[in-house]
Design a protein around this ligand. Structure first.
Ligand code: C2E
Ligand code: MG
Ligand code: MG
Length: 427
């Protein structure tokens, strides 16, 4: 027999993968990686002897070499596993063809006879579009795909390619995000909060908006994710805070309207947060009490490890602190005593069900009661109809925010809306 035995060569495989990834990046074509595992080889060795096991391994290697048309694309990378690199693909769909071919040929040739345990073939794969992923990332993705297959999931190749294309879009968006931040291309909208005792507008929440030409509106949640991915949550928040304070400063002669800004969870623990907020307030000459920081309940719980130090600091500086999306974060009621908040915002999901679900209504009532016990004011967000508003008033809710009053508005529209809503803001 000619020596087509594949020796174990993980180093050679990694080197070759590196070369092909570089080539794909240079040529702008795609690369696939199959990890082929003869899962029950050990059992076959054990039951039928190593001779049979070695024969199967040898056969598998030869078949793969026969299928591959290019040198340096098939490697044995473990006791019973092979790697098959599929370089120079014009379209990622070719991976599905290659996968089928490998599967069929190995299945056909490796079943020896009825006496011998059927060989179990498990194949994981990764798609690397235009060589964007490093060799190690490509390998890690193929390994995790193989693990999923071993755990019984079907290999969903279309989904994998789709995910990959989606990730590519993410990479492109990430790039646009950084440019947008640099170019000042975001907008800040404002949504009024209404005091339920007086009917007056008592503040507004600043919400980021990003319209990317050629793409459309990118959701604020996505913007925050992109900032996280780019390691720029601090920069994004600084932009939002400064933009909001600038607006407040500009309105000063017309409207005195406190504002709330959202702080991403990842920044809550950062010692830089208080300095940044304090610095911005000083620069714009705005009283700290005019600014409320909204932090999600989940992020607040994370800060408890540090004894709410960071949040306490914001309070000491005189800012308001609002616990956003309250009711979704599973915080223990005992934290209530320690959370340095001024306001609780009941999550929209409760508000939405308040009319239909007596349990949700009861929950909202209890949250309001406890919050009042600890001196927090309560905001209901996502109020869309007059009945819900009435119900919230009866439950003792202090403030409401929602489409019933207004959607988030650009700065000038907000000023117009305020004038029309309540003459007291316009003399
Ligand atoms: P959030 O802070 O809980 O903001 C409330 C969200 O509910 C806003 O969505 C608002 O437009 C929406 N909303 C208000 N009233 C109603 C209503 O009556 N019905 C319905 N269906 N929705 C209503 P938006 O602006 O899409 O923001 C979503 C989330 O993105 C925010 O949730 C906040 O967590 C985050 N976000 C928005 N702007 C910023 C920002 O500048 N910085 C950070 N870190 N996060 C932001
Ligand atoms: Mg908010
Ligand atoms: Mg919320």
């Amino acid at each position: 027999m000619t020596d087509t035995t594949l020796a174990l060569d993980r180093g050679g495989f990694i080197a070759a993968l590196g070369v092909f990834v570089d080539q794909a990046r240079a040529a702008g074509d795609h690369l696939g990686l199959l990890l082929i595992d003869l899962s029950n080889l050990r059992l076959i060795n054990h039951r039928h002897g190593y001779e049979i096991g070695d024969h199967l391994l040898l056969e598998a290697g030869q078949q793969l070499l026969a299928i591959s048309k290019l040198p340096d694309t098939v490697f044995r990378i473990g006791g019973h596993s092979f790697a098959f690199i599929l370089p120079q693909l014009d379209t990622p769909a070719f991976i599905a063809l290659a996968l089928n071919r490998v599967q069929r040929l190995l299945d056909e040739t490796l079943q020896i006879d009825d006496e011998i345990l059927p060989l179990q073939l498990r194949i994981g794969l990764a798609v690397n579009l235009q060589g964007k992923h490093s060799p190690m990332v490509t390998l890690a993705r193929a390994e995790s795909s193989l693990t999923r297959v071993k755990q019984g999931s079907a290999l969903e190749i279309d989904a994998l390619i789709g995910e990959e294309e989606h990730a590519q879009e993410g990479t492109a968006l990430e790039q646009h995000f950084s440019e947008a931040l640099y170019d000042n291309a975001f907008d800040l909208y404002f949504q009024p909060k209404v005091d339920l005792q007086t009917g007056r507008v008592c503040s507004a929440e600043a919400l980021i908006r990003w319209h990317l030409p050629g793409y459309g509106a990118v959701s604020p949640e996505r913007v925050v994710q992109l900032a996280e991915a780019a390691g720029q949550t601090y920069e994004l928040t600084r932009w939002v805070v400064n933009r909001a304070l600038r607006a407040m400063r500009e309105w000063r002669d017309t409207v005195v309207l406190p504002l709330a800004v959202n702080i991403p969870a990842g920044l809550v623990n950062s010692p830089d947060l208080a300095n940044m907020l304090h610095g911005a307030l000083t620069i714009w000459g705005v009283e700290p009490s005019m600014l409320t920081v909204e932090v999600t309940e989940g992020a607040v719980i994370e800060d408890k490890e540090a004894g709410f130090d960071n949040l306490l600091h914001l309070r000491e500086l005189g800012m308001g602190l609002s616990i956003d999306d309250f009711g979704t974060g599973y915080s223990s009621l005992s934290y209530f005593k320690h959370i340095p908040a001024t306001e609780i915002k009941i999550d929209q999901s409760f508000v939405r069900r308040i009319l239909d679900d007596p349990q949700d209504r009861a929950l909202v009532g209890i949250i309001i009661e406890i919050a009042h016990l600890f001196g927090f004011s309560v905001v209901a967000e996502g109020v869309e109809d007059a009945e819900s508003l009435q119900c919230l008033r009866e439950l003792g809710c202090d403030i409401a925010q929602g489409y019933l009053f207004s959607r988030p508005l650009p700065e000038q529209e907000l000023l117009t809306w305020l004038r029309q809503y309540d003459g007291a803001f316009h003399d």
